[in-house]
Design a binder for this molecule. Sequence first.
Ligand SMILES: [Zn+2]
Length: 197
Amino acid sequence: MDVLYRQYPTLFKNKRTCWTCNQHEETNESLWLCPVHLEILRPHIVQFVQNLKTDIRQTCDYGDSFLESELNNNSIFQFFLQPRGNLPLPTTDSSFYLTVRQIITHDFSYIFRGKYKHKKTTRNKILSNFYELTQLIKRIIWKPRNDTFKKWKVAQRITKNSYKQYRRKTNKTRPDTDHTSQNWNEDPTTCHYFSYT
Ligand SMILES: [Zn+2]
């Protein structure tokens, strides 16, 4: 939202805050760390860890005696597995956030180390589960937010054309075009060139 606002300030005036909780500015970082989003995500992560545990138990070649505690104490999942309010919210430094941003951390790959005979199996397990986890987070957080945003745009009659129109109008700063001459010296982003019609 911060990027859209910078590009189209008039279009998204008054719509810079989180689309879910309205309590903070929406940025590429805060979208994934919004306290309400994290609570929506909580039961899904709990289920993911449960499925992961079952899968490793069924497929591993070596002992899984520490699996339960390894998963419970894993810094990616810990926040979601503990009762609400027990742990501070994840930040941009947390393994959870790095996971969201598509980085396979040591915390994630460590879960699979020493469980499988073949390196290839370990690698495949890491990749497939990582993909599943990141898709899950994206689906739960990004999709509902995007649907709300789309509905709002429809209500405001903002279409792809509006962006084009906005760019065309804010770029029209040549003095020979009739209606821009009075705004010639103004910063284009402060002019109300855009109209919904
Ligand atoms: Zn929020």
